[in-house]
Design a binder for this molecule. Sequence first.
Ligand code: ADP
Ligand code: TRP
Length: 333
Amino acid sequence: MTTFLSGIQSSGRQHLGNYFGAIKQHIDGTATPGDHFYFIADYHALTTSRDPEELRGLVQETAITYLALGLDPEKCSLFRQTDVPEVHEIAWLLSCVTGMGLLERAHSYKDKVGNGIKPNVGLFTYPVLMAADILAYDSDVVPVGKDQIQHVEMTQDMAGYFNNTYGKHTPDGYAFVRPEYRMAASELFQKVPGVDGQKMSKSYGNSIWIFESGKKLKKAIGRVPTDSREPSEPKNPDELVLFDFLALFLEAKELEDWKERVRKGGPDAPGYGHLKMRVVEAMEEYFAPARKRREELIANPAEVEAALQRGAATARARAQMVRDRAMRACGLK
Ligand code: ADP
Ligand code: TRP
């Protein structure tokens, strides 16, 4: 039986990149037979959060986002990282076999420091906790967006260091299962652009919240870069960021029709304003059922909490088994 696992940090409201690059994959993936674990990485969020009320709210919001978008808690374990304290025990075991050099090479750490974040020890050891999250459940497959791949590769390295050192002391010859990453099949979903055309990210101020609507959504889409060419001038739609947004929401046939009109130019060709309006409408429509479900869940926190508790119980039992195996292997039990 294959085990699938992924996490998402509750450091901000989830945006379109998080949805198409990660959350959608997680939800669609639960149709594949196997064990599915999805969690809210709230300990990871603490590496940058300094506002307790905000963090508490974002953890709840992230759980509601998953459920509203259609994650069925009967088909998977949805839980909070903080409800599985065993990951810290595993993280310590991993940190004792991992060289500083591996962590110093982490792109996301270097990027964050490069962007002016003053690094704390937690930010530096972030990939060790992430490796523990993955290894704690004997995960085989980790569905993530492109920017998390290096972290999964580091997890493979850490599992390898531990297994090489202690695997011979276990009945099966290994303490940790080596995971593989999996990205969304579509290249656009792997790296969704932000309203400035760069990768959409919570930390770049260019993201669009999944449930954004109305005036705020219009304003956000209004920022997508265009140029001063007239609508009638023929253009290559594949060079326009606006078409990346349309491609997220439109059926293939409608998308092709718009592309064709833009390629041809002339009196029938849509202007940028027209295309932007279509993005707004299509996005509002795409998420309308989820927006409604979100309101219901906000009104019923007990349902959300019950799902998280059930998920945590299943996840914890698995993590305890793996922790015991690893501790026995290295001589701590
Ligand atoms: P952010 O960069 O906004 O802080 P996270 O690091 O919390 O996002 O990422 C959560 C998940 O969403 C990860 O699996 C990540 O790979 C994915 N993801 C984030 N941004 C994008 C994007 N622009 N396109 C596709 N996937 C993304
Ligand atoms: N680092 C991931 C993010 O930024 C969150 C995360 C923590 C994660 N632990 C994980 C993802 C384990 C996949 C597997 O969202």
